[in-house]
Design a protein around this ligand. Sequence first.
Ligand code: PMP
Length: 366
Amino acid sequence: MSAPKPKDWIMGIAPYVPGKSTGADGRKIVKLSANENPLGCSPAAAQSLNAASGSVDRYPDPGSTKLREAIAAKHDLDPARIICGTGSDDVLHLAANAFSGPGDEVIYVKYGFAVYDIAARRYGGTPVIADDKDYGTDVDAILAKVTGNTRVIFIANPNNPTGTFSSREEIARLHAALPSNVLLVLDAAYAEYMDEGQDDGALELASSEANVLVTRTFSKIHGLAAERIGWGYADADIIGAMNRIRLPFNVTTAGQEAAVAALASEDFVTRSREHNAKWRQWLSDEVSALGNHGVKVVPSHANFLLVLFEGKVTAEQANAALMDKGYAVRWLPGQGLVNGLRMTIGTEAETRGLAQALREILADAG
Ligand code: PMP
């Protein structure tokens, strides 16, 4: 008898590699590898999590009703057109699952979020990679890849791992040039880190157009990564299709309650955004001052910096040396970023420590 055989395309998937949280010997390190909020979550969200521990014997609300209503009120949206997920990863997978399969093409950018590749392949679709422009999203390169087989396009804005931002005009231009049967997924996991007044118009586009899905998360600025809560917004028919295949109880009661509390915690969100802007600028200046060692920063609109290593010390070497000094950042050769390290903005002490470690590593190399 032969062993069970996975579908043809499954073994072609490169498993997701998560950011490291411990050193090789299991020792605790400063984790700046997963773009989490160094300030934690809001006190109100933490309180909701504790309160929810009293109702673990009951299934959660399968429709995340209260949470969808809170999201709708916050962003002036229709709650019936919101879908909640086990993290926004879940929503991204639901989109690929509902709208693509064998023979279909799924486009994403060269330095894009790793989950797009997995989501595309998982349902048998063919991933198609569009070249970048200076590490950022190149609308013309994406449009050049669109064929009659294109079904889904994934774009993160701001983008992970590069931190680059595509303007409202660029996103609108991309959408306007797409066939109406192509689903444009605008992944806004880092939307809250954009500057005041900076808006790519994603939610407006999803409100008015039948082929745009916006995804958001509570894992980043809201500091609830462990609870796995994300959401999507699109036309009712898109959401209806995704709801048919969504696992019924995909967001826990604690997660739903904590997310509602997080949405109301405006002071915490503002404090987190300001902390990030301040220390991102600081780290960017510190790294730029090391330019004589061949390091440079890609300007970031998110809660991390992509640092390029073009001198004596390679990104791979710097990654290992930082780990030795107790700092886990992210080297992403699997995504073609052999020469860069993505560094999450940490607390003040963590960010200062990271810069100092980097200075020492580059100085030691001469
Ligand atoms: N999109 C992007 C661009 C991300 O960087 C991440 C997290 N790394 C996610 C989606 C998924 O986040 P979550 O599933 O925690 O919502």
